[in-house]
Ligand binder design. Structure first.
Ligand SMILES: C[C@@](CO)(OP(=O)(O)O)[C@H](O)COP(=O)(O)OP(=O)(O)OC[C@H]1O[C@@H](n2ccc(N)nc2=O)[C@H](O)[C@@H]1O
Ligand SMILES: Nc1ncnc2c1ncn2[C@@H]1O[C@H](COP(=O)(O)OP(=O)(O)O)[C@@H](O)[C@H]1O
Length: 268
């Protein structure tokens, strides 16, 4: 069985407070985009993982798909061993949630392949154990997210009339590094309201709190955002904890000048 885990962007990200458990409460809007990994699972004699495409840092045993397997196995001891092949296209350390998406799609695939009978809500509960943004990928529809980023309210947000471009600079930011540098603050007006206003107002009103310190430490990322606005973006921002930056345009821009130093994905 083969599935195609997709990436996400964050439209706005407000870190509102530090929690007693060391995590942060936040509000953000997750929007699915069309950059996809390829995940194949076949029944096997023993559990195995291999990958191709972009190299994934860390041991195979730490891969979120393997963690997902062990999590399900605890509750479904009869689950047979599987061989997992992951072809990695989604840039890593990019704020695109690629690892979380692989894990969520793995859970959905296992549920279907082995008839586990899990509801979407039950699968989200498993996903939450694996990562704060993992539960989003169970349904992967645009949502307003709050708490740790793992509670959702649906939002009507359809950007299909626009052209979205994603730029990945030659920089990687770890999620933990991003949270360490942030200064939480309560919001004046909720992103839930701001996102429903015309897109022309977003540049003025919608921000990503990580940009403050990540742009200071990585000027190249700041430069990408500035360039996207120069090329006519209606809205541009870093996604999640970075380092990728997306721009939303009326018409597709020519970004060939950026391609020497960045990876550019058109129409995501
Ligand atoms: C920042 C966001 C924004 O969408 O995504 P990315 O940009 O990384 O994709 C998410 O909050 C990332 O979610 P995810 O990548 O699943 O985070 P986890 O693996 O659960 O946590 C990694 C580390 O980030 C910090 N963390 C994460 C989520 C949160 N609400 N508060 C935190 O402080 C913790 O230090 C934690 O140890
Ligand atoms: N399937 C996977 N794909 C990518 N990274 C993974 C995966 N499983 C575990 N990881 C680990 O998660 C880290 C963050 O990966 P990723 O989810 O791509 O970034 P981000 O949090 O910026 O969206 C990587 O450095 C890697 O060590």
């Amino acid at each position: 069985m083969i599935v195609f885990p997709n990436a996400k962007i964050n439209i706005g990200l407000n870190i509102t407070e530090r929690r007693p458990d060391g995590y942060h409460n936040l509000e953000t809007v997750f929007y699915p985009i069309k950059i996809n990994d390829v995940l194949e699972v076949i029944e096997a004699d023993e559990l195995g993982f291999e990958s191709s495409g972009i190299e994934i840092p860390g041991d195979d045993a730490d891969n979120l798909c393997i963690k997902g397997y062990h999590l399900l196995k605890k509750d479904f001891p009869k689950l047979p061993p599987v061989k997992i092949h992951l072809h990695k296209n989604i840039p890593i350390g990019a704020g695109l949630g690629g690892g979380s998406s692989d894990a969520a799609f793995f859970i959905k695939l296992m549920n279907e392949k082995f008839g586990l009978g899990l509801s979407a809500d039950a699968m989200m509960d498993y996903a939450r154990v694996l990562g704060a943004d993992c539960a989003f990928f169970i349904e992967a529809k645009p949502v307003f997210a709050f708490d740790k980023g793992d509670e959702f309210e649906s939002v009507k947000l359809d950007l299909s009339a626009y052209r979205i471009v994603l730029v990945m600079p030659d920089a990687h930011v770890s999620t933990a590094e991003a949270y360490r540098g942030v200064k939480p603050a309560p919001v004046k007006e909720s992103l839930y309201e701001l996102i429903q206003a015309p897109i022309e107002t977003w540049k003025r009103n919608i921000k990503n709190d990580f940009e403050v310190h990540i742009f200071r430490d990585h000027p190249a990322i700041r430069g990408v955002k500035a360039e996207l606005y120069e090329r006519g973006a209606l809205y541009a921002a870093m996604s999640g904890s970075g380092a990728s930056v997306f721009g939303i345009f009326d018409t597709l821009p020519d970004l060939s000048a950026m391609e020497a130093e960045n990876q550019v994905f058109y129409d995501v």
